[in-house]
Design a protein around this ligand. Structure first.
Ligand SMILES: [Zn+2]
Length: 395
């Protein structure tokens, strides 16, 4: 296609194959370390600078690492950030979520290493997007000790499972009634506690004792997005001239089956689409979500998508972080939210994962054989196009 003989999709496949596997602080801490080392080894010789930045979580003894790799310097114009996370939930190999994003960034590093001196990129690989080890320890270990879940993470009785569904529903409804994650949890718990079994009540009280501290409306920087939130806090002042962040999470699942991606009209109103068959509702398009101020990033990406004939749905979000957390929290489901919160332009690329399309997300079935590498390659080629355009490179 555009790249002559460079077989990008073979490279994407190789990276996903190498990176898939559970990477979680409680169930496989070594997996996190191995993934970190794989990324560092791949970046070696491609970048001007690679920093592996340690951070810690109160109440947990092992450290975590964000990787921040630079190609070019601030002398080459305003910086463009590219984002991914490399951790997984406790039981998922995470081929798509978020092995796909790591593979995408590694391919982009290889491509733009050849343009050193003409671009200014920071490739970010975050840890702990998915969770908080203290809270996850309650969900995994305390739940077992209390007998509500088994060693595989399943509720031990149907009654407990039904209680948890009741709670989840109440939690979703609490979104508009409370300002912080902790208060939402409390509101949800109060509304169901008379209806659930005594053992589940005790379990939710332990959860609540931890998460009542979480002050952000989405629990970000606390319940989740721990790596990216810390990175933004640490580097915010360096980003005075910044084009923003393009964040990938996850980006490699597509389906041509009819109705594989439901498109309720109320959800699609105000959404700009390209080459999507609204009748057929096939999940063969990328979703791009732009924060206020991200127009330059979004337009560059969408231009690239048109060039490679990648169907898309684009949401140009008008609200600041707090308003979005209240009105449309599903626009904030990844690390770009930590940047949105700080007013840094953010473009989020996603196949929407388990929300609308990829039901293997956050399950042991998120494996490489599910992914569509033709679709995935177009997602990355569009990003390559956007980056080239933003830095005025000849293509
Ligand atoms: Zn993810």
């Amino acid at each position: 296609m555009m790249r002559g003989k460079y077989a990008m999709k073979n490279k994407l496949y190789e990276h996903v194959l190498n990176i898939q596997g559970v990477k979680h602080p409680i169930t496989n801490y070594d997996g996190l370390t191995r993934a970190r080392d794989y990324i560092l080894a791949q970046l070696d010789n491609l970048c001007d600078e690679v920093n592996c930045e340690e951070f810690t979580i109160d109440g947990f003894d092992k450290p975590f690492y964000n990787i921040d790799a630079r190609i070019g310097t601030d002398e080459h114009g305003p910086v463009l950030l590219l984002g991914s996370h490399y951790d997984t939930v406790y039981n998922s190999p995470g081929a798509n979520d978020n092995g796909s994003a790591v593979a995408a960034l590694l391919c982009l590093a290889e491509i733009f290493a050849k343009h050193r001196g003409k671009v200014n990129l920071r490739l970010l690989f975050f840890s702990l997007e998915e969770g908080n080890p203290v809270f996850d320890d309650i969900l995994i270990n305390t739940s077992q000790t209390m007998g509500v879940k088994d060693s595989k993470g399943f509720y031990t009785t149907l009654a407990y499972q039904n209680d948890s569904r009741l709670f989840q529903e109440a939690f979703a409804n609490a979104r508009k009634k409370a300002v912080s994650f902790g208060e939402k949890f409390k509101t949800a718990y109060e509304s169901v506690k008379e209806q659930i079994s005594p053992q589940m009540r005790r379990f939710y009280e332990v959860c609540l004792s931890e998460c009542i501290k979480y002050k952000d409306p989405m629990g970000y920087g606390e319940r989740a997005l721990n790596g990216s939130s810390r990175w933004v806090e640490r580097h915010r002042d360096e980003l005075t001239e910044c084009l923003g962040i393009i964040n990938f999470d996850p980006v490699a699942y597509a389906s041509s089956r009819p109705h594989s991606h439901p498109m309720p009209p109320e959800m699609m109103s105000g959404v700009e689409t390209f080459n999507i068959d609204m009748e057929k509702e096939s999940g063969n398009f990328i979703v791009a979500i732009g924060s206020p101020g991200s127009n330059l990033l979004s337009q560059s990406y969408l231009h690239g998508a048109k060039k490679v004939e990648l169907p898309y749905a684009f949401v140009n979000a008008p609200f600041n972080y707090e308003e979005t957390a209240y009105a449309a929290p599903y626009l904030l489901l990844s690390d770009h939210a930590a940047f949105w919160k700080q007013g840094i332009p953010a473009l989020f690329l996603t196949d929407t994962g388990g929300e609308m399309r990829y039901f293997f997300e956050h399950t042991p079935a998120d494996t490489i054989d599910k992914l569509d590498f033709d679709f995935f390659e177009k997602v990355v080629l569009s990003a390559e196009f956007a980056i080239s355009q933003l830095f005025g490179l000849e293509r």
